[in-house]
Design a protein around this ligand. Sequence first.
Ligand code: AMP
Length: 172
Amino acid sequence: MEYIKSKIRDVVDFPQKGVVFKDLTTVFKDPRAIHIIGWDLSQLYRDKGVTKVVGIESRGFIGGSILAFELGAGFVPVRKPGKLPADTISASYQKEYGVDTIEIHRDAITEDDIVVLHDDVLATGGTMLAAYNLVKSMNPKKIYINFIIELSALGGRNLLPDDVEVTSLIKY
Ligand code: AMP
């Protein structure tokens, strides 16, 4: 894990002043680091019968796809409005400034699915909670939540449902 940590790039004041952005492009471009990420993420869910990994646009698509591949599961994208071509359901949530909406295809998840929801970074948790509510409305058998990085000081974990197992590879 120290190797992965050494590859994360902190970008100060991005996308706005006061934010220290955890940039994972420097992890994913490193062959050894991307291999370790795939292995470590998949070890968390090896024996859980996961059938779908849901990745959140856009940085959650990278780790989510790797995790799905490692687990032999399918991959489902959660996207910004107007990007998915077929029939969708959507959820809106409050951001610091204004409201954001995310969408998923209506037929993406079935009641037989065991789902891992994945994003790269847990900050305030608002995005993941909205994604959780979308997937939950489709009644899968079980939902897990996963991040590569958790920014503990922002308390995002407290926003997520108590009865859901939340994992992260690296906590700050
Ligand atoms: P949240 O506040 O948890 O809803 O985060 C919103 C989105 O922005 C998530 O997809 C996070 O991956 C991303 N994000 C928020 N803060 C950071 C940060 N400091 N570094 C990298 N990504 C972030």
